[in-house]
Design a protein around this ligand. Structure first.
Ligand code: NA7
Length: 893
């Protein structure tokens, strides 16, 4: 057992503690408090002369938080919450600094902080299982655990412009603003940079300066803070039930308790969208505007563009000079893809006669001279230059306390050459007992930092306590877990639009820095549950060791599902539904209808027509979806999923609408007859008969005469595959391509996917047994009209076969694709990694399924001899962002 010990300094001048913390800001202070309560000795080291971290350094005029302060507060102690009252909705830097000082005093934290102390070197001593830290002043530190509470925006970028040292006037950095008053009255001032810091500072500097020249490289989106006292309704909500208010924040996406909007932009009229936008503009809240308007604004290019246009309109309304307004209007990134800003009079400041905007895109800075700034077109004579040029974010502050040398002499800067590698944003493989609070790979700057800091500190300190109790002395992430986290991070970032912007989120603001989304974009609620899952799975992905060879390692990857699939499956699990097969056939149909009623309806298409078509022994209903583009269009016959038992011609409506739009084809969804009322081979024969009738009536249906295509999902894909075999053998109709999504192709259940995914992924093994029993007697099951894998495969139309990793049907789909290819049929495969049986058809719910549908639509267009379906601005994706088929295939490998 590792005994709790007091901090002690040995004769050789080494301070021995259980834990050393770098930083005495929000994170460092709470860490000290928790560590002390846990009986662990700790010291915090900070280069500043007092507590505050970011809020110690960022003292520039106008510096404020831009998350409402009642949310941007510690929540660990209800008494602290009652003891402190914020005076404003968005507190100023001095008030936040006073708050942090108040916290430090209340918990007597300063006695464990060494101010004015920088760590100059940190080395892991494997034999002693301790970190040794050298500092620029005072004793070196020997600690069991080393925790970086260095903040995400603490390392300002150096000026990247020639001649700064030649300038004879005053130079200031917003991130290192002097403590003494800076007098700007009557001076000619320049501000370089228009991110959050510049946008906060510019209106106040303009009020003081004789003249202000703003040098803007990229305009940002800003919305008005509408600052004032803390809003009464939010305060009342907090007071009415503090615990659930805070709990909602912890489980939310951004760490602020707003419910997630579920309505999508195209479900609202123009007037409704404008009304929602005006409410958000008046609310003056970034998280509100980012989460409450419509659900697709953060994930879909088009949904985002609607909002971005409304903000642009506001800029044009406020700024009187059209040329200045145009220069201030962002066009190069989606709203929110770069950090949006909260302003007070920012845009109106450009209406002042003493303010000039210089658009560096039109006239780049050539140099800074002794007397001012020279661009291609002008020379601005200046007394003061303010750099508001931002930070080496996320990694800069960690790298600033360098070198950090881990196991085997590994240097963190080498390990991170190509970008930060972490497990959970908390730890790095090869660096035992090193933790980062809100490190790269955690939600951090994409969330309310106060919430994320508390979650990280609690998780880390709880682990140290658990290790002490279990007798472990080292903890280290495994390479496999770390690689898995990188994969999950990449999956999450395809969900957001951050990848479409040059931003400090991705390292793009620092010349030469490795690029990639650094903060975890999956949301604080999901992230918290993942961290908890790591613990409940026996510290999955960590190696723990202790004295006498004690060792524990449950190696693996914590999230293998796509992030939105994980959310959907968790939601389904929370519903604790009985197995579908318990309802009986009619009960299951009713359940499916109710389930489908709650889903997004599907996007508009040109035309929807219902009809019936004749088959032997009756007629079948169909629904036809026509694209909005001029026809005649190629025709595709579609068969819905539902195990030959459930569903109808409208049950896959969102999927049909989406594919109709993407492919530019008429989709005719056929309501074939179901078991147990109509057993084998009715579904197969209906499928074939419907296809023949539709092909014969193509022109009457408004389609292009000639070959048709077939498609289906699940049992519908089985019908589609069988239809192709029957059409080949029965002399038509001509089919030019088949799209099989998660098809049933064979009657055996012994392929690995049936066992690997038997339960937990909605379509279960037992549900498939039930479907088979209702549809087909064992004696008939090897008939190719239900097991097409057993049929003759030569001479079939070209195929696109999509399978999902976590689907019992995965392996039979792959087997069918491979068998067709072996028989000489042109086959493309999509093996959708991290997806489940319903992923590709859950339109507007499983967003990571979009790229799969883009590929499917593209394949259909190839089958029809049409050019590619990838279009600029295509729902949520630009061509360059779409994962190419070979990439998906190789990722799946
Ligand atoms: P940001 O958001 O990184 O903004 C920095 C600004 O400075 C931005 O407009 C940059 O333009 C501009 N910049 C950076 N380097 C240069 C050079 N070399 N020349 C001209 N202009 C330059 O930092 P902030 O401090 O404003 O805000 C950081 C975060 O703190 C903020 O998001 C909140 O979370 C709190 P660019 O866009 O790179 O073209």
């Amino acid at each position: 057992m590792l005994a709790a010990s007091a901090s002690e300094t040995t004769k050789s001048g080494v301070q021995r503690v259980d834990v050393a913390v770098v930083g005495a800001g929000f994170a460092g202070l709470y860490l000290l408090h928790r560590l002390r309560k846990a009986g662990l000795s700790a010291v915090a080291l900070d280069a500043a002369s007092d507590v505050g971290g970011t809020w110690y350094w960022n003292r520039y005029p106008g510096a404020r938080c831009d998350i409402q302060t009642i949310d941007y507060s510690y929540t660990f102690d209800p008494e602290l919450e009652s003891a402190w009252k914020w005076s404003e909705k968005y507190a100023t830097q001095p008030e936040i600094l006073r708050y942090l000082g108040f916290v430090a005093d209340r918990y007597d934290l300063r006695r464990d902080i060494r101010f004015g102390t920088k760590v100059t070197n940190a080395t892991w001593d494997g034999a002693a299982e301790r970190w040794l830290l050298t500092t620029n002043s005072g004793a070196t530190v020997s600690c069991r655990y080393y925790i970086m509470a260095t903040g995400c925006l603490s390392s300002p970028k150096p000026p990247e412009i020639d001649g700064v040292s030649d300038f004879k006037g005053e130079v200031y950095f917003t991130g290192r603003w002097p403590h003494e008053e800076v007098k700007l009255a009557g001076k000619r001032v320049a501000v370089i940079g228009t991110g959050s810091s510049g946008i906060q500072a510019i209106p106040l500097i303009a009020e003081q300066a004789a003249h202000l020249t703003v040098f803007q490289r990229t305009p940002s989106f800003a919305i008005p803070a509408q600052n004032g006292p803390p809003p009464a309704d939010r305060v009342a909500l907090l007071k009415s039930d503090r615990a659930s208010y805070r709990a909602q924040a912890r489980d939310s996406l951004a760490g602020v308790p707003w419910p997630q909007s579920t309505v999508v932009s195209w479900q609202l009229s123009d007037a409704e969208r404008r009304e929602r936008f005006e409410t958000a503009w008046a609310a003056g809240d970034l998280v509100y505007i980012l989460t409450q308007l419509w659900a697709d604004q953060g994930v879909d290019f088009e949904g985002n563009a609607v909002l971005a246009d409304l903000v642009r309109e506001k800029i044009r309304e406020i700024v009187k000079n059209p040329e200045t307004a145009a220069a201030l209007t962002p066009h190069d990134h989606p709203f929110g893809a770069k950090r949006p800003c909260l302003d007070t009079n920012y845009y109106a400041t450009y209406n002042r006669p003493n303010v000039t905007l210089v658009n560096l895109r039109q006239e780049p800075i050539k140099s800074i001279t002794a007397s001012g700034i020279k661009t291609d077109k002008r020379t601005a004579d200046l007394d003061v230059i303010v750099f508001a040029t931002g930070f080496d974010a996320m990694t800069g502050a960690i790298m600033a306390v360098h070198p950090i040398t881990g196991r085997g002499g590994k240097s963190l800067s080498d390990v991170w050459t190509h970008g930060p590698q972490t497990y959970l944003g908390l730890t790095v493989a090869g660096f035992p007992n090193l933790f980062m609070i809100t490190g790269p790979g955690s939600p951090s700057v994409l969330s309310n930092m106060a919430v994320s800091i508390e979650q990280h500190v609690d998780w880390v300190v709880d682990r140290l306590i658990a290790m002490r109790e279990a007798g472990f002395t080292t903890i280290e992430a495994t390479e496999m877990a770390q690689a898995g986290w990188a994969q999950h991070m990449a999956d999450c970032s395809t969900l957001t639009l951050h990848r479409l912007a040059n931003t400090w989120y991705t390292g793009a603001n620092v010349p030469g820095k490795a690029q990639g989304v650094m903060p975890y974009p999956g949301g604080v609620g999901p992230y918290r549950s993942i961290c908890n899952e790591v613990v409940s799975h026996n510290m999955l992905g960590f190696r723990l060791t202790g004295p006498n060879g004690a060792e524990q390692c449950n190696d693996g990857q914590i999230v293998r599902l796509q992030p939105d699939v994980r959310l959907v499956l968790n939601m389904l699990a929370d519903m604790k539904l009985p197995p579908l097969e318990c309802f009986g056939a009619q009960g299951a149909r009713d359940f499916l209808a109710a389930f489908n009623a709650a889903r997004p309806a599907g996007r508009p298409v040109g035309d929807v027509v219902d009809g019936t078509l004749p088959v032997t022994g009756g007629s079948l209903p169909y629904r036809l979806y026509r694209p909005a583009t001029p026809g005649p269009h190629p025709i595709l016959v579609y068969f819905h999923g539902g195990g030959w038992v459930l569903g109808d011609q409208v049950s896959d409506e969102p999927f049909c609408r989406d594919m109709c739009r993407r492919s530019g084809m008429i989709f005719v969804s056929v309501g074939y007859r179901h078991a147990p009322e109509h057993r084998f081979p009715t579904a197969a024969e209906d499928g074939y008969a419907a296809t023949r009738w539709i092909a014969e009536h193509a022109a009457d249906l408004g389609g292009k005469p000639g070959p048709v295509m077939v498609a289906g999902w699940s049992a519908g894909a089985n019908v589609a595959a069988v239809t192709c075999q029957l059409a080949r053998d029965r002399g038509g109709p001509q089919i030019s391509g088949q799209l099989l999504v998660c098809p049933v192709t064979d009657c055996t259940f012994d392929r690995p996917s049936y066992n690997d995914n038997a339960t937990g992924y909605f379509l279960t093994r037992s549900l498939m047994f039930w479907f088979w029993d209702l549809y087909c007697s064992p004696a008939d099951r090897t008939d190719p009209r239900v097991s097409p894998l057993r049929g003759k495969l030569q001479g079939l139309p070209p195929a696109f076969v999509a399978t999902c990793e976590f689907d019992p049907l995965r392996d039979e789909g792959v087997a069918y694709a491979e068998a067709m290819a072996a028989a000489g049929v042109p086959v493309e495969q999509l093996k959708a990694r991290g997806h489940f049986h319903m992923s590709l058809t859950m339109v507007d719910v499983v967003i990571t399924g979009v790229s799969g549908r883009v590929q499917m639509a593209d394949a259909l267009r190839r089958f029809a001899g049409l050019p590619s379906a990838w279009r600029e601005g295509d729902v949520g994706f630009r061509p360059s962002q779409v994962v190419a088929p070979h990439e998906i295939a190789s990722a799946a490998e």
